[in-house]
Design a protein around this ligand. Structure first.
Ligand code: R5P
Length: 315
């Protein structure tokens, strides 16, 4: 048995490998205590000396818990520490987009490396170049196969012939992503050009390409407020699309995004890299289909810890 331990932390209650034996054999729950003033402390109840510890974390909701867990692991003589960020946080700040602005993705990279992490693992980065912000190995997993399998099921169960489907990136930044899906599915794609006036608000959107009488699949990395998606869907229908579905890896789903999607009758395929999809109602599940990526992470973890190739999980 591999000398590994996995700490899911308090945020990731949802991502678990399907095999119960795998769940049980490696789990180590860190104990998190909080003083009255909010000061947080983390302790591993069992020995992790000499182990390869995989710490699942979320920097947006649980940054303090994540950094305290890493520190506790370093001080407990874990041999290697891999931080698993199912959704790499602060990724939309991947460059200095405005004057006097922060680059959050790089701040997170500096925090993790400064604490002595040996490796980072994530899936479907907002921008692939975020890997370059690290001097340590970055295992960038891909949800491509999980999602293309799901897309094929939708296409083959619809009345629209294969050649009438078109993929769409709702912004220019998603071109590389949609290109990969297009290659894998042998389908053409169109692009939308999106201009934001501020985070969470879209000033304008233009379509580059033809979707008249086509069935369209929007491909994106993050659905946050749902603003991009709903605007893109409207736009595609106005341009003559017959139907539109959406495939988006990270369901941030802030504010009332779920209700907005359901009210707009938008069909979304997403994953469980966020807990937001854990408590969907039966009605919401009619519109939001969640693809489980737990086993993909587990495969990568087992292969990394055995020094085996993880190439199958990368593309
Ligand atoms: C932006 O570049 C991302 O790829 C997503 O399109 C964006 O984060 C979605 O945000 P929202 O749902 O708030 O429009």
């Amino acid at each position: 048995m591999q000398n590994i331990a996995i700490s899911y932390g308090t945020y990731y209650s949802y991502l678990r490998p399907s095999q119960l034996s795998l769940q049980k054999s490696f789990n180590i729950e860190a104990e998190v205590t909080t003083f009255n003033d909010g000061e947080m402390a983390v302790e591993f109840p069992d020995s992790i000396r000499g182990k390869h510890l995989f710490i699942f974390g979320d920097a947006t909701h649980n940054l303090v818990e994540l950094v305290m867990s890493i520190d506790a692991a370093v001080r407990s003589s874990a041999e290697k520490i891999t931080v698993v960020l199912p959704m790499y946080n602060w990724a939309r700040q991947d460059k200095k987009g405005k004057h006097r602005a922060s680059i959050g993705a790089s701040v997170l990279a500096n925090i993790l490396q400064g604490l002595g992490v040996h490796r980072v693992m994530s899936i479907d980065l907002h921008a692939e170049q975020i890997q370059g912000m690290f001097r340590i190995p970055f295992e960038h997993l891909s949800g491509l196969h999980l999602f293309t399998n799901q897309i094929k099921k939708v296409i083959y169960s619809s009345t629209t012939i294969y050649d009438d489907w078109v993929l769409c990136s709702p912004d220019a930044g998603g071109t590389v992503r949609v290109h990969k899906f297009a290659e894998s599915l042998s389908l053409p794609y169109v692009i939308m050009s999106k201009k934001r006036d501020k985070p969470g608000s879209i000033e304008s959107m233009e379509l580059i390409g033809d979707v008249k009488d086509k069935s369209v699949i929007i491909i994106d990395d993050i659905i946050d407020t749902g603003g991009t998606l709903i605007k893109a869907v409207d736009h595609l229908y106005s341009a003559g699309a017959k139907e539109v579905i959406c495939v988006i890896t990270h369901p941030v789903l802030s504010n009332n995004a779920v209700d907005r999607l359901v009210n707009a009758e938008v069909f979304l395929i997403t994953s469980n890299t966020r807990n937001t999809v854990k408590t969907l109602t039966e009605k919401q599940k009619q519109y939001i289909n969640v693809v489980d990526c737990s086993d993909l992470f587990m495969d990568a973890i087992l292969n990394v810890s055995n020094n085996n190739s993880i190439i199958k999980t990368l593309s």
